[in-house]
Design a protein around this ligand. Structure first.
Ligand SMILES: Nc1nc2c(ncn2[C@@H]2O[C@H](COP(=O)(O)OP(=O)(O)OP(=O)(O)O)[C@@H](O)[C@H]2O)c(=O)[nH]1
Ligand SMILES: [Mg+2]
Length: 208
């Protein structure tokens, strides 16, 4: 599994629906509020420091970025939502593109919604969950920046999220402390149905 992720390569950046790569194979998309660490999570998964661009300036990822992993799978970095200083026209453009992508993209197998472990489930996160549910996509929630939380606060956040019916599974993550990388690779692998290489890597308990 790890080697598939490490083979990741940038494919293209789409500003419009007609710029998406051909709708074949299988892909998993990363959504979340601006600055929550979507690009950082993709870099941690693929072990490429500079694959997806990381910034301290929120709202940096304003397009849909596609990365190949292996010959038929892709990771998709969606534009962050909730960044206030974006012109209304642009917001409308991106929410239209996002909704169409979620509704029409056949290759899309599931969504990884990244939330800040310190304050998860904002109104916009809930909107994203509704969109995913309406489009029929399974959602795995990643509580990122868990390095900023105590153990007990992290456990409380996990428990709260597990009560949400629209969420299939949830985990803690930290790109800084490298927490949760293997767990997330396994979840994405099962969404994409990447076969495990027999004997390659240890077996994991199912994600709850
Ligand atoms: N403490 C901590 N900081 C993190 C973690 N992950 C990311 N960051 C920081 O959060 C900031 C935003 O990270 P990005 O990966 O650019 O976030 P993004 O969601 O892709 O942002 P946009 O593309 O602008 O929407 C950067 O300063 C990162 O260094 C983490 O696990 N812990
Ligand atoms: Mg980004």
């Amino acid at each position: 599994m790890e080697s598939v992720f490490r083979s990741a390569r940038y494919v293209l950046t789409a500003h419009r629906f007609d710029q998406l790569p051909p709708d074949r194979g299988a892909e998993v998309a990363f959504a979340g509020r601006s600055n929550v660490g979507k690009s950082s999570v993709i870099n941690a998964l693929t072990d490429h420091r500079g694959l997806a661009k990381i910034s301290r300036t929120p709202g940096r990822t304003r397009q849909i970025n596609f990365f190949d992993i292996g010959a038929q799978w892709r990771l998709v970095d969606l534009p962050g939502y909730g960044f206030a200083r974006v012109p209304r026209e642009m917001k409308r453009h991106w929410s239209g593109l996002l909704e169409r992508y979620l509704r029409e993209r056949t290759a899309l197998r599931g969504l990884i919604i990244i939330m800040d472990a310190r304050h998860p489930l904002t109104d916009l996160d809930r909107r994203m969950l509704d969109l995913a549910r309406d489009a029929g996509h399974p959602v795995h929630v990643v509580l990122n920046k868990s390095d900023k939380l105590s153990r007990s606060a992290a456990a409380r956040a996990l428990a709260a999220l597990r009560r949400e019916p629209a969420i299939v599974s949830v985990q803690l993550f930290s790109t800084v402390a490298r927490v949760g990388v293997d767990e997330l690779r396994t979840v994405i692998g099962s969404l994409l149905a990447i076969p495990e290489v027999p004997g390659g890597g240890k077996r994991k308990a199912p994600v709850s």
